[in-house]
Design a protein around this ligand. Sequence first.
Ligand code: GAL
Length: 737
Amino acid sequence: MILRLPVFWSRLIALHLVCLCLPWTKAAALPAASESVPLQWTEVAAGVWKATAGSEESLTLLGAAGQPPKLSALAAMSAAPFPFAGKGVVAQRVGSRMVLRFPLGREESVYGLGVDFKGLRRNGTTFQLHVDHWGGRAGRTHAPVPFYVSTQGYGVLIDSARYISYHVGIGVRLDASDKPAAVDRTTQGNDWTDLPRSDAVEASLIGPGAAIYVFAGPTPLDAVRRYNLFCGGGALPPKWGLGYLARTPLAYSAQQVLGDVDEFRRRGIPLDMVGLEPGWHDKAYPCSFEWDGKRFPNPGGFLAEMKRRHVRVNLWFNPYVAPASPLHTKLAPYAASHLVWNGIVPDYSLPEARAIFAEHLRSRVLSADPSMLMGFKVDEVDGGDQWLWPDHALFPSGNDGEQMRQVYGLLVQRILHEHFRAQNRRSYGQVRGTNAGASPFPFVIYNDNYDFSEYITAVANSSFAGVLWSPEVRGGSGLDMLRRTQAVCFSPLALFNGWETSKKLWSDEKYLGAMGDAIALRLRLLPYWYSAFAEYSQKGTPVIRAMPLVPGFRATLPPGKRGQVDLHTNPYANVKLEEVKDQYLVGDALLVAPIASNVTSRKVSLPPGRWYDFYTGKCVGENQVIEVTPPLDQIPLFVRDGGIIPLIPAREWMVEENEIVPLEIRHYGEKPGEYLLYDDDGVTFDHEKGAYSWTKLSASRGPDGSWKGEVATPQKGLPWHYSATTWRFMSAPVARP
Ligand code: GAL
């Protein structure tokens, strides 16, 4: 007979046996299971070094994204030394964890580690990077990208599909070389902190190990550029993607959608894309990926009507496949051990499963009119825990639930991106969960949060992570919708998400005019946005730039001292700094300071150099904090000295493929200016084969003080879609008759 002991007792006996076997030692300095792991650094691309701590797992973030690095663009950047030369990066195995340690200087600030809503600077914080909804624990976000950038001008990526824990400048080690001295709280209360500064960024994950990539600068912006280029360069949306998107209510029919589109046109509000929410499927949550016969009896006819109105269509889905869907049988062999909302979860780390899904979309969904169905909204790939599969779920590839949680959004984006690329048609869509390696994917993150200031922080944070983020407008008072509309029009995707509100843009006529103006300005700025995206694509430079990426800007200040300039005198004060997280640059020249509906004025921190009001051309100051009280129809916008902003005339939908339009070029300030204007056909991937142009625009002053603008001759045979050009010198004194 086998004696069965209750689990608790058998564990207790086992523990005692282990203790009896252990040698009696004095207090050990480190746990016995700690061992150092060698790191061998190799330069894998210009200014990018790799070392593998332990061994890499077969599923990684960059591997899941699967996009080739832009090696020649990296090589074109200036040479830079290995940032950690002579400073120790340490890898250590502690029990089941691989621990990685990177030096952190006293005056060094760290940014990145994903898109959250709370703050930008990471010193003094702990994170567990984990794909999830917003809020809650630090590190659980829609884009928990394990890449950080330092004010010392370098970046670090840990390429692992595991949850990664970070201690940034916190968790002082016994053997640290630069420890703060202990302070007596009773008598030195002002200098005491519960968060003493450590001299390292420490990260750890459970698993055999991971690759580490280090990106040289010399500036923080250069490190971000190298990261984006190594991921494959940034996304370049089609021109129409930079117009305006309206998402319709959950169960709208074709007729209702067309009715809304006609209302936009009747009222002269620009519109380029409509997003259909779950009701286009005949089943959703889980999804069928089949048109609903009642709401959309004739998808081809509906799309022909949309084409007549110049409006493209974007389709919502979550990737969990309904039992009644024809896709279910095809993907069943690739299903994970657990369901989501009773739909199967296909293992898209397997190329066969990716191919089946892409083929179904092509033949059953997009076939209705591939020229009009130009994007998807990929929902629910982020979490929360109670909806998605558990960490111990098993996928046919052998990957577990933790790994697949970290990469699922990446894998779905990859399928869609590769599909559209194969069709030589660009797309622009939305996604709710993503990770490192996503830079080339033309997807913008969104979520169900609705806090205005948190949204703006997220826009700024996206610039450190190689992703795009857009706030949403989903209803509220007329004034609230107006201020939010202005903010989304200065984010990567200008949209209204009407999936569950009875509100329309025209619900409150009082604010409609100003909302229309904001959207019209969005379209007018196409040449500026498009050139900024081309820089992102070809040079890795993020379109949005949080203030710490702006050279010379003091992004952190002692508490209550915004605009003053005394930093880091006391290392203990390190964690209490105030930061500027409610404004950012779009491209290099435009400073955006969104304003919420519950205030009438706000502070704006101007970087070094003079800045000019976008609307009037008047100088507003330099390297200082100003207070602005914008009129209702304006979002605060400022242009740097010498800045050039190209615009097109107001219109109701974006320029079509190869359409030619006039150009207005504005120059701001006292300094001469130079600007490179990008162009291509606006819709295909031919730009990847060289079919694009960069044309120099320059503004200078003649000996008599008068301004002159020049447009270099566009390169022959290359795309250039501008006819007459008009210069406006916005800051020049108005000539008196
Ligand atoms: C949510 C999503 C919303 C909307 C909704 C439709 O998950 O965040 O934007 O698409 O699903 O059911």
